[in-house]
Design a protein around this ligand. Sequence first.
Ligand SMILES: Cc1ncc(COP(=O)(O)O)c(C=O)c1O
Length: 376
Amino acid sequence: MRSTNSDLARLATSGIRRFTALANEVPGCVKLTLGEPEFETPEPIRAAVSESLARGLTHYPPNNGRPELLGALSCHMAGQGLSYGPDEIIVTCGATEALATTLASLLDPGDEVIIPVPAFGLYETLVRSFHGQVRFLDTSENGFQVDSDALKVLVTPHTKALVLTSPNNPTGCVYSTETLDAVASVAAREGLVVICDDVYNQLAYDPFERLAVRHPELREQLVVVDSFSKPWAMTGWRLGWLACAPALKAEIQKMHQYLVSSVPSFLQDAAVVALATDPAPMRETYRRRREIVCERLGDMGLELERPAGAFYAFPSVSGTGLGSEELCERAIREAGVALVPGTCFGAEGFVRLSYCVSDDDLARGLDRLGGFLASL
Ligand SMILES: Cc1ncc(COP(=O)(O)O)c(C=O)c1O
C-alpha cells in the first residue's frame, strides 16, 4: 500500500491523553490533567434537545447553522463588543473543527503559522497535518506575553497566520494590551491572518481586552473562534463557532461543508438556550478554586503567573531539578496525582494543573502534590 499523509504520520498522539492514560494505570490517582469541567450541562439546555427531537428537527440543517442560532450568536457577540452579522458566522463541531477548517482553508504546503508557546497542542498538529510549518514564539521568559521584536524576526514571506489564545491554555493568562498591539501592528503590516482562539473568554475573572474589539481595523484578517464546551460545560456536545469577514468566510465555509456539512439540527435550539444562560456560577466556582490553587502552590514554593481566566495553573517546576515529564511520571506513580508536563505545550520547566475538577479532588490532588514535592 502507498503511504498515508507523511506529515500526519510523523505526529504523535496527544501528550495530555498519554499522561491521562498513565494515570489510569494507577488506581485512585487524582487526575488534574484534562480541561473537562466537572459540572453537568445546565438542565434547560439539555431539555431543549428533547423538544427539538419531538419537533422533528432531524434533517440536514443549513450548512452554516440554523438562522435562529446564527442570529443568537450575532447578538451574543454584539454584547461583547464584536460586530459580526449572522452571515459572517459558521456553527462548527466544537472549536476543534473551527480551527481545523480555518487552517485547512488558509494553508498552502510550506506556509508558516506562528504559535506563541506555551500553547494548546492542537494548533501544531493541525498546521503540520495540513502540510504547513510551525514557528514557535517562546513567551515563557516574558510573563507569557508576546515580545514585539521576537515576533518580528519570526515573520517570513511564507508566514500566513498567527494563533492567539486569551485566556490561555495552559497558562490561564490573558494577553496584555501591549501584546495585542504588537500582534496587530505586525499582522497589519505583513497581511497575516490572526486566529483568535477565544474559547475561554467567558471564563475570565476580570474584564480584559480582546484583539477583535481593540483592533477593529484588522477585521478583514481576523477569525474569531469560540465554543460552547467550556463556559456551559458542553464538551460532549461538540458545538462551537467561528466569525470572520466575508472574503475569508467564503473559503472557510467551503471547507466546513466538505468536512462536516453541518452540526446536528437538534442541538442548535439548545445552543440558543445556552447563549441565554449565564455561565457566572461556574466561573465563580473556578475563581474560588483559583485562590486555593495559587495559595497552595505558593506554599509549595512553586512560582506561578496568577491565572486570569480559564481553569488552569501553569507553575514553574524548574526549581525541583526534575524535567517536567519525569516529574509528572513520578507524581503519578509515587503520589497518585496526575498533571501535564509543560513539554506537551512546548514549554519545558512547567506543569499544567487543571482545576475544573471537584473541590474534593482538587484538595486531595494538591495534598498529594505537596507531599510529593516535599519528598524530593
Ligand atoms: C484553547 C483551546 N481551544 C480549543 C479547544 C477545543 O475546544 P472544543 O471542545 O470546542 O473543540 C480547547 C479544548 O481544550 C482549548 O483548550
